[in-house]
Design a protein around this ligand. Structure first.
Ligand code: HEC
Length: 213
């Protein structure tokens, strides 16, 4: 059995991707559309794990099943040539260990009684102030990117009044940061804008639709 150690050595050298990273695999499974520019991610067609559809379970610990599927499945054409060997190894590691510790970005909003609000939308019935809180509900930290900002057609009618969601800050598990958004309408009519909070986890940013009346 003298060949065995050198065989293993050769495999490890030929495939640096053997150091699979299930956490990175989780990010890719949910967000490869953005990360690799494929426009669509595994989760969009296969659904979440457990319970994923279309034979996804074959991927657990088996990156070759991904390479095969990308080549063979018509619907997976957008992924061709864009998913690296390392990406496949990491996704296979995630499918084998879907409970891998990870960050989890949770958004909550609150506002005056006159406003309707859900976690992805702040609706102002008139001038007023509401707040948005970003919480790390996961088991690992995530980082914030550039400072939160407003864009969209009526961005100028909304103001980021205060924020401790600072550029580059790291949110540890259970930690949160908050922003206050003020609506100061000029004239009449419906106004819309988007609040964007950049981070380094799934989606790359959390966005809140701002609607003012
Ligand atoms: C645009 C939709 C779409 C996306 C995105 C997608 N898949 Fe699929 N995939 C499918 C469909 C549909 C099938 C089933 C094809 C069939 O059974 O004929 C499939 C089948 C598979 C299979 C089983 C192939 C086989 O051997 O039977 C694997 C494995 C797989 N996909 C992995 C992935 C992974 C990993 C990703 C993300 C990197 C991904 N897919 C992204 C639509 C998609």
């Amino acid at each position: 059995m003298r060949w065995l150690p050198s065989f293993l050595f050769a495999v490890c050298v030929a495939h640096p991707a053997l150091a699979q990273d299930a956490l990175r695999g989780k990010l890719l499974y949910h967000d490869i559309g953005r990360v690799r520019g494929t426009g669509v991610s595994c989760v969009d067609c296969h659904g979440g794990i457990p319970g994923a559809l279309h034979g996804l379970e074959k991927v657990a610990g088996n990156p070759n099943a991904i390479a095969y599927a990308i080549g063979a499945v018509q619907q997976m054409t957008p992924l061709r040539g864009r998913v690296t060997v390392e990406d496949m190894a990491d996704i296979a590691a995630y499918v084998a260990d879907p409970a891998v510790a990870s960050p989890a970005v949770h958004l909550t909003t609150s506002g005056p009684a006159a406003s309707a609000y859900t976690s992805e939308r702040l609706e102002f019935a008139g001038a007023g102030t509401s707040s948005v809180r970003l919480t790390n509900a996961g088991a690992l930290p995530f980082g914030l990117g550039a400072a939160p900002f407003l864009d969209g057609p009526a961005a100028a009618q909304f103001i980021l009044a205060a924020s401790d969601c600072e550029s580059g800050a790291v949110l540890a598990p259970q930690q949160s940061c908050a922003l206050r958004v003020e609506y100061r309408p000029v004239g009449i009519g419906l106004r819309t804008a988007t609040l964007r909070i950049a981070h380094d986890w799934i989606g790359g940013s959390t966005n809140v639709a701002l609607i003012g009346r």
